[in-house]
Design a protein around this ligand. Structure first.
Ligand SMILES: Cc1cc2nc3c(=O)[nH]c(=O)nc-3n(C[C@H](O)[C@H](O)[C@H](O)COP(=O)(O)OP(=O)(O)OC[C@H]3O[C@@H](n4cnc5c(N)ncnc54)[C@H](O)[C@@H]3O)c2cc1C
Length: 398
């Protein structure tokens, strides 16, 4: 039974449109899975269909080729894609980048990039993580120094998904070093800046990292050696990147929550169908045993709770609530979703017994994807730190 969330007609239409868009691809799921696994091949056909159904324009107004349907609409789209067994892939960073550019960029930068993002002609990835900073974004060291009409960037990034297929990366760097900030008595949250970088530029060396996930995206370690970026590609004001970053990270967490909800529903559907048909003792389906049915019932309850929190977070973003408040909902949605996805896939594997480990059933492939969301894009520990500090007012240990 599907629960009624009293979504608007427009939101329900998004759901049904995405579902119909995916229908012709469903019989070809195995083909997509094999292309992703064996060749890491980017699914251009799916990408075009995501654009045609309007998903890339949800966070953009008509003026820039978007449809302004909002993050809740996009969240529903993400859920549908994942429930159907596909991956939004690069659409996650593409959408979060479009929100960041729209909310912070100059008119000139919006006109240059947003129509191509809404139509899917341009693809965007996102690059913030550095090997020596990790979770602590304020510790990043990649520096951009102004030189005439350009900035010159030196440093490195790691785990950057889809850098090989993206046309541009939204790159987070420092324009003031931590040492300079300390000398000037400024907080370490200052001095971050965001640039749009052409991924094919000279001065970038990319090395793939071997991470056997089941989607088509490869992660890269990047080295920047005197990378020249036009000053016009600065998003927002130099040194004010932290607030601009919030406009990206909140949608990213909410959409990650939606992916987890979709993944969990897909696993639960498989488990329930199998539990109804599989008989091992006498003529009793295994779903009659409470050892099988109770974990699945718990997943169902957790699923609806995570879904509600994800919608709540998307609604808060669409209503333009203050980014810190949206951040609270976004973090909660991401944590509930990630815990749920792990539990759902694990219970579904348990229900399937040995079959749960076969590639054809697809659960063992889903496992690494579900587990990833406990760690990325923000780890479970850092979400708990955020809630303890900002919502409970508890002291910080780090
Ligand atoms: C498949 C994949 C795709 C990714 N894609 C991208 C991408 O496209 N772009 C991008 O910029 N990044 C990307 N990342 C990076 C990802 O966001 C980071 O891996 C993640 O944020 C964790 O950072 P870290 O790996 O440096 O872990 P660390 O920061 O080294 O943390 C290690 C562990 O210590 C814990 N820890 C650290 N500090 C604390 C603390 N104060 N309190 C409690 N626990 C703490 C962390 O929670 C974690 O469990 C990707 C990562 C993966 C694996």
């Amino acid at each position: 039974m599907t629960l009624n969330y009293a979504l608007s007609d427009e939101h329900n239409l998004v759901r049904t449109s995405v579902r119909s868009m995916l229908e012709p691809f469903i019989p070809r799921q195995k083909e997509f899975r094999e292309l992703a696994k064996n060749e890491r091949k980017f699914p251009e056909e799916l990408w075009k269909s995501y654009a045609e159904v309007g998903l890339m324009g949800c966070l953009l107004p008509e003026q820039y080729g978007g449809n302004d349907m909002g993050l809740l609409a996009l969240t529903l789209g993400f859920e549908e894609i994942t429930v159907s067994g596909f991956s939004p892939g690069l659409l996650l960073t593409h959408a979060m980048d479009s929100a960041c550019i729209y909310k912070n960029g100059s008119d000139q930068i919006k006109e240059r990039f947003l129509p191509g993002m809404a139509s899917g002609e341009l693809k965007f990835c996102f690059a913030v993580t550095e090997p020596d900073a990790g979770t602590n974004t304020f510790r990043i060291q990649t520096m951009a120094r102004k030189d005439g009409d350009n900035y010159v960037i030196n440093g490195q990034k790691t785990f950057i998904s889809g850098f090989d297929v993206a046309d541009y990366a939204l790159l987070v760097v420092r324009t003031t070093s931590l040492e300079e900030l300390e000398k000037n008595g400024q907080p370490k949250s200052s001095g971050l800046s965001i640039f749009i970088v052409d991924t094919k530029s000279e001065g970038i060396e990319k090395t793939p990292i071997s991470i056997p996930l089941s989607d088509e995206l490869t992660q890269f370690q990047l080295f920047f050696d005197d990378l020249q970026v036009p000053a016009d590609n600065l998003v927002g004001q130099e040194g004010n990147g932290t607030m601009a970053l919030f406009n990206s990270l909140n949608p990213e967490r909410i959409l990650a929550g939606a992916i987890c909800v979709g993944m969990a529903e897909s696993a639960l559907n498989k488990a329930v169908a199998y539990a109804q048909e599989r008989k091992v003792f006498k003529d009793t389906p295994i779903g009659a045993y409470q050892a099988i049915s109770h974990p699945l019932a718990e997943v169902k309850i957790d699923l609806e709770a995570a879904r509600m929190m994800t919608y709540r977070a998307a609604w808060a973003y669409d209503e333009g609530l203050n980014p810190a408040e949206v951040g609270t909902y976004a973090n909660m949605a991401k944590l509930l979703g990630a815990d749920l996805a792990i539990k759902a896939v694990d219970s579904a594997i348990e229900t399937h017994g040995g079959l749960g480990f076969t590639e054809d059933v697809g659960l063992i492939n889903a496992w690494s994807g579900a587990r990833l969301f406990k760690t990325a894009p923000v780890s479970r520990e850092m979400i708990l730190n955020y809630i303890a500090e900002w919502n409970l007012g508890l002291p910080r240990s780090y």
